[in-house]
Design a protein around this ligand. Structure first.
Ligand SMILES: C[C@@](CO)(OP(=O)(O)O)[C@H](O)COP(=O)(O)OP(=O)(O)OC[C@H]1O[C@@H](n2ccc(N)nc2=O)[C@H](O)[C@@H]1O
Ligand SMILES: Nc1ncnc2c1ncn2[C@@H]1O[C@H](COP(=O)(O)OP(=O)(O)O)[C@@H](O)[C@H]1O
Length: 311
């Protein structure tokens, strides 16, 4: 029997360009309406066969960022391990695999790094084990791993309804250029959702079921009107993220003061994303933020492709 050769896959992090959150549901989740954008910060997963049938993982940093890799579990709760086990259980294909994750997306940063690991692991293991599943089939099975995993497979721009997993592709006429300011700490997604509920309760606001995303966001992306997009980006979790980490408000002010067209917290935070008019503006803003405030600032662009095999 020939032993399969290792397979390397990559998957992108994301920004929620617009994020509406409904009231809490009985299952602990919230209905959302998200405009997801995949950006050029990629996780990599190298899947190598193991003859002993075990599924194991190791994680290393592929970034200049100071990642707290100790935050990432190395047991069966690691999202990449969960993905490999799910694929093996569902298809009956495959045996043991060792997964080597190279992280570039901030850990617990609101950019779906763990979801990207799960998506890259699905693609890599599916090729390693020759399951014959299509991308669409992988997208369909992936939502049990987490609300954001289908989008990490899908990539590009998409509207996410349900818990974020019911995807419809959308279009961006132009590449959008952003500057990311990652934090040196993470925020817990469930805690930020719970705090958002509490803030609404305190303010006496009744959350509506978000049935669609803001059409102005899709229109601005469709027409490539970055200035119009800057006026409509928004995130219902932002206030809760700022309540947990008040320094995010200062970072938002700083970026806008330094010339960003708009700034918002990505997902449940704490990464802050600034929209700029183009590649040059993003590079210049990143430089200024690092000169003026000494923060790490990464220029990125999107849309980029979803999870895929690397040569
Ligand atoms: C907020 C968002 C925005 O894209 O991203 P991140 O900030 O995590 O990157 C997502 O909704 C996060 O998706 P993901 O991180 O995949 O969530 P999951 O693992 O499925 O769920 C973790 C927990 O988050 C809460 N959760 C998640 C999704 C959702 N629509 N409603 C929720 O209330 C639930 O408490 C759930 O138990
Ligand atoms: N492969 C993984 N990479 C990162 N985090 C993981 C992974 N597997 C499980 N986790 C857990 O998920 C949490 C959130 O992960 P992450 O996807 O980085 O952030 P976010 O949900 O804010 O986008 C981490 O704190 C960690 O405990």
């Amino acid at each position: 029997m020939t032993i399969a050769r290792p397979v390397r896959a990559m998957a992108p992090g994301k920004i929620n360009v617009s994020f509406r959150v409904g009231p809490p549901r009985p299952d602990g989740y919230h209905s959302v309406a998200s405009v997801y954008l995949a950006v050029s910060l990629y996780e990599e997963v190298l899947a190598s066969p193991r003859e002993d049938g075990r599924v194991t993982v190791e994680v290393r940093s592929g970034s200049e960022l100071d990642f707290d890799l100790d935050e990432i579990p190395l047991d069966e709760s690691n999202l990449a391990v969960k993905a490999a086990l799910l694929l093996r259980d569902l298809t009956g294909h495959g045996s043991g695999v060792h997964l080597e994750i190279t992280k570039r997306v901030p850990v617990a940063g609101g950019m779906g790094g763990g979801s990207a690991d799960a998506a890259a692991a699905l693609v890599a293991c599916s090729a390693l084990w020759d399951t014959g599943l299509s991308r669409e089939e992988l997208v369909r099975i992936s939502s049990v791993l987490g609300a954001d995993v289908p989008f990490a497979l899908h990539g590009g721009v998409a509207v996410g309804l349900g818990v974020g997993d019911e995807l419809t592709p959308a279009l961006a006429r132009k590449d959008l250029h952003w500057v990311l300011v990652p934090a040196s700490f993470g925020l817990s997604t469930p805690k930020v959702y719970a705090l958002a509920d509490k803030l609404r309760e305190r303010a006496g606001t009744v959350a509506e079921e978000p049935e669609e995303v803001d059409p102005a966001v899709l229109q601005a992306m469709n027409s490539g009107d970055v200035a119009a997009l800057a006026r409509v980006v928004s995130n219902d979790l932002q206030a809760a993220a700022i309540e947990q980490a008040p320094e995010l408000a200062d970072i938002l002010d700083l970026g806008v003061g330094e010339g960003a067209l708009a700034g918002l917290v990505s997902g449940s935070g704490p990464t802050v994303a600034f929209l700029t008019a183009g590649r040059r503006d993003a590079e210049e803003l990143a430089q200024r933020l690092s000169d003026v405030a000494g923060v790490v600032a990464l220029p990125v662009h999107g849309p980029v492709h979803g999870a895929r095999i690397m040569a």
